[in-house]
Design a protein around this ligand. Structure first.
Ligand code: UDP
Length: 325
């Protein structure tokens, strides 16, 4: 792919690994990130330090680098924090995206791949969840992403944009070469916390809820390897560059894994016990979430290659043992 792609929020976990995959595919990537939670060492291509709410800086960056398409990863994404500080979430996630769209319009760049989330659906009314599932997000985080999707739909319809929104389920894993992986502060995700507990770097893991109506009482999630997420972004961008107007797609494997199954897999992969204790349910956690990914498979030809949870965890474990940032 010969295109020039700007990664907004590209110094974070998913953006940096998408940058790596795009570069391997022949694209020229430029990372635009304010480094509020991203890492300088993760950024791919050239790095522009800037805020998504800075329309003028974005416009200049898009024009200077003659950008063909944008991928937008920049967002606040902690559900609990969003409940405490909703306005921050609407500012960065919603107003920030409006600023980006205005800058893109000013610069004449109208192709966008957007990082959305299954949190826009809210508690599942049916499983697996398909793209037609009703939207009833329960957190300000989920609501902010849902608002953005509606804004994007209007821009696709009336402002001449071509936009694909990818609704992520649970991103996991690292690049097998150990160069890029997950490093959040604070960390709230199951796999890195469980690995750190096994490695003795953090206190025992709290199992949030063991009385759900699932096969072992713990929550079921759909874990997708971050390299499979990245390949979906590449396919989506190629389609937009070929003249497609874009669409919305779930990005999950369709396989559900429980919290206890994750712990078992970590123990099997590392040979270390995962110290853990049972804890109350975490507010807002639905018992089970897994995707129907029929649409993205059929339309974009996407096929996850990391279908076995142990292989996903292997890459996460080697990263956790020796994180580069
Ligand atoms: N979880 C847990 N203990 C933790 C962190 C997460 O039991 O310390 C559970 C959480 O309740 C959910 C699953 O692990 O069922 C995945 O949570 P994570 O925060 O990784 O992703 P989410 O599904 O919330 O996006």
């Amino acid at each position: 792919m010969k295109a020039r792609v700007m990664l907004i929020g590209g110094a974070g976990y998913i953006g940096s690994i998408c940058g790596h995959v795009l570069t391997q595919a022949g694209a020229t990537v430029v990372t635009y990130d304010n480094l509020s939670s991203g890492h300088r060492a993760a950024a791919q291509g050239s790095l522009i330090e800037g805020d998504i709410r800075d329309r003028a800086a974005l416009t200049t960056a898009l024009k200077t680098h003659r950008i063909d398409a944008v991928m937008h990863f920049a967002a606040l994404s902690l559900v609990g924090e969003s409940v405490k500080h909703p306005l921050r979430y609407f500012d960065v996630n919603v107003a920030g995206t409006v600023s980006l769209l205005q800058a893109m319009s000013d610069a004449g760049v109208r192709r966008l791949v957007f990082s959305s989330t299954c949190a826009i659906y809210g508690p599942p009314q049916r499983l697996p969840m398909d793209e037609a599932h009703p939207h009833a997000p329960i957190s300000p985080y989920g609501r902010s992403k849902d608002m953005v999707e509606k804004i994007l739909a209007a821009c696709r319809e009336r402002e001449g944009f071509s936009i694909t929104a990818l609704r992520y389920f649970n991103a996991a894993g690292a690049t097998p070469d150990g160069l890029l992986g997950e490093s959040h502060s604070p960390e709230s995700h199951l796999i890195p916390l469980a690995l750190d507990a096994a490695l003795g770097r953090r206190p025992p893991l709290s199992l949030f809820g063991t009385d759900y109506e699932t096969r072992d009482g713990t929550c079921v999630r759909d874990y997708v390897h971050v390299l499979d997420l990245a390949s979906a972004h590449l396919l989506a961008a190629q389609r937009l560059l070929a003249g497609d107007r874009g669409d919305v797609y779930n990005l999950g494997t369709g396989n559900g894994t429980t919290v206890r199954e994750i712990i078992d897999a970590i123990e099997a992969v590392t040979g270390l016990p995962v110290p853990h204790s049972e804890a109350p349910r975490r507010p807002g956690d639905p018992p089970a979430l897994y995707a129907s990914s029929e649409k993205i498979r059929a339309d974009l030809g996407w096929e996850p290659t990391w279908t076995d949870i142990a292989s996903i965890i292997e890459t996460a474990a080697s990263w956790s043992k020796n994180p580069r940032y």
